[in-house]
Design a protein around this ligand. Sequence first.
Ligand code: HEM
Length: 220
Amino acid sequence: MTLSKTIYKWLDDRFKLRELLPPIVKHPAPEYAVSNPLYCLGGTAFLCFLILATTGIFLAMYYKPTPAEAYKSVERIMLEVPMGSLIRSVHHWAANTMIAAVMLHMIRVYFMGAYKRPRELNWVVGVFLFLTTTTFGFSGYLLPWDQLAYWATKIGTGIAGSIPVMGQYISLILIGGNDLGAETLTRFYAIHVLILPAAIITLLLLHFLMVRIQGISGRL
Ligand code: HEM
């Protein structure tokens, strides 16, 4: 018996996998969805998220979120850490691809009318997923603490600050004071590696659960 079969049998004896798994795993997608690549965009976004989470864990082992060390630690990842530049580049391109895939997925859902009854709530969860994904990109942009990151964040927080009524509070929470500094960097780091991952995992669970219960919408 192969190792994987031995492990499966061991788990099956204890947790009755043979009864538990089929209703969850054996759920064929409809033929019109399998043959149309437009239905792969959500899955592409999810694959990007998995790549980002894995590469992000490796980056977090070397990155230091303080103004004195952030840039140097990124430089070290790029120049000294074995395969560091590869991991960081994959993280960078997976982030760009995820944003593109999420936008295209949203456009496909909109133009195919898949947001209509009974999927309205999944559209709403999707909007939060879109906001979470773009905030991931925005918060990650500051972390290298170079000139580009600094000024892009200055403009981004300035835009957030110009929102009527709530703007000044949002900007104060993001910046953590009057100007960008150590406080901002640690806040953005906490948002990027703790708050957003927790939020996106919760939203994705809800999103997939609803897709599973309601099924994929039909053709136009
Ligand atoms: C992290 C971002 C996202 C991931 C990983 C994701 C993933 C998926 C997957 C795998 C599906 C099933 C297959 C498919 O239609 O592609 C799906 C369906 C759906 N998604 Fe997303 N999604 C994301 C963001 C969004 C956004 C931004 C919206 C809209 C605002 C949205 C709305 C929907 C709706 C309404 C469905 C059901 C479509 C149907 O039944 O045809 N999703 N999503």
